[in-house]
Design a protein around this ligand. Structure first.
Ligand code: NAD
Length: 294
């Protein structure tokens, strides 16, 4: 079993670190929130007094923080912790951040003689709790293989997308497509309903036709069509509109760096921004369905 320093114990990081403890790893944790630390301490993790303490004498460092500035600040800012990380350790950042920031981290961390991979996740809070996340990694193949020692206790799939930053690019390509599919599926279902069709019947028809897609099949945005999904629970739980908006912003900035045309992604970003402003920021992203209601 490995010694792991885990930083960022929020909605995702908390259950991920918990799964590492359950698997028998020796986990040292740090977060700015005392409540988050308490939960992990009760589960058997060692609470560190600082991020630098959490990464002392470990084999792996895992970070799961909100955005670019938190991750860059942690590793490369004034209080940068790279010096405190053993030279033999592998740094795994699973936060969703820009590919640019991931490359900056890779350059800064490797310049100080440590190894780094970006390993953002797909699967949400449910996947983090169940240990079924998909890790989408960028970096050296040997490092990604080594990371499986811990990633396989938090997830079911580990993909190598390419070099440093490629994990983040693949992740936001997926989420941009997901936003487009969710908006399009919602629009089509509302059009059918406006013409008197039953949403369940229309869903069944489209599932056997060429409009079939993941949002229609397992995450249907129309209340009552599927059980156990956010749309049948007043759009609570799941993947928040504001988090989707963050990922669409990352998709747009990534597209800008390569002068790529992403008109569908841009439209999805506009729709989700309006939806958030209308008060749905903390609802599941399938609530975009409500935007197309007559
Ligand atoms: P969260 O806000 O619940 O948790 C972030 C945690 O980081 C908090 O506990 C906060 O106290 C801690 N933190 C912030 N700065 C810190 C610092 N300098 N040192 C130590 N701890 C610090 O966020 P989350 O939902 O867990 O998301 C984490 C990342 O995972 C984000 O990048 C998000 O985009 C990504 N993600 C989230 C989901 C989801 O469904 N929530 C799904 C996939 C990916």
């Amino acid at each position: 079993m490995a010694r792991v320093g885990f930083i960022g114990l929020g909605n995702m990081g908390g259950p991920m670190a918990l799964n590492l403890v359950k698997a028998g790893h020796d986990v040292q944790v740090f977060d700015l929130s005392p409540t988050a630390l308490e939960t992990l301490a009760q589960a058997g993790a060692t609470v560190a007094a600082s991020a630098a303490d959490a990464v002392a004498n470990v084999d792996f460092v895992v970070s799961m923080l909100p955005a670019d500035k938190h991750v860059i600040g942690l590793y490369l800012g004034e209080q940068g912790i790279v010096d405190a990380i053993p030279k033999s350790a592998l740094v795994i950042d699973s936060s969703t951040i820009s590919a640019e920031a991931a490359r900056e981290l890779a350059a800064g961390i490797t310049a100080q003689g440590r190894r780094f991979i970006d390993a953002p996740v797909s699967g949400g809070v449910g996947g983090a709790k169940a240990g079924t996340l998909t890790f989408i990694c960028g970096g050296e193949a040997a490092d990604i293989e080594e990371a499986r020692t811990v990633l396989e206790h938090m997830g079911k799939n580990v993909f190598k997308a390419g070099a440093h930053g490629a994990g983040q690019v693949a992740k936001i390509c997926n989420n941009m497509l997901l936003a487009v599919l969710m908006a399009g599926t919602s629009e089509a279902l509302q059009l059918g309903r406006a013409h008197g069709l039953d949403a369940k019947v229309l869903s069944d028809i489209m599932l056997q036709s060429s409009g079939r897609n993941w949002t229609l099949e397992v995450y249907n945005p129309c209340p009552g069509v599927l059980e156990g999904v956010p749309s049948s629970n007043d759009y609570n739980g799941g993947f928040l509109v504001d988090l989707m908006l963050k990922d669409l912003g990352l998709a747009q900035s990534t597209a800008a760096t390569s002068a790529s045309a992403t008109p569908m992604g841009d439209m999805a970003a506009k729709l989700f921004a309006e939806h958030s402003e209308a008060g749905f920021g903390s609802k599941d992203f399938s609530s975009i369905f409500r935007k197309f209601e007559k």
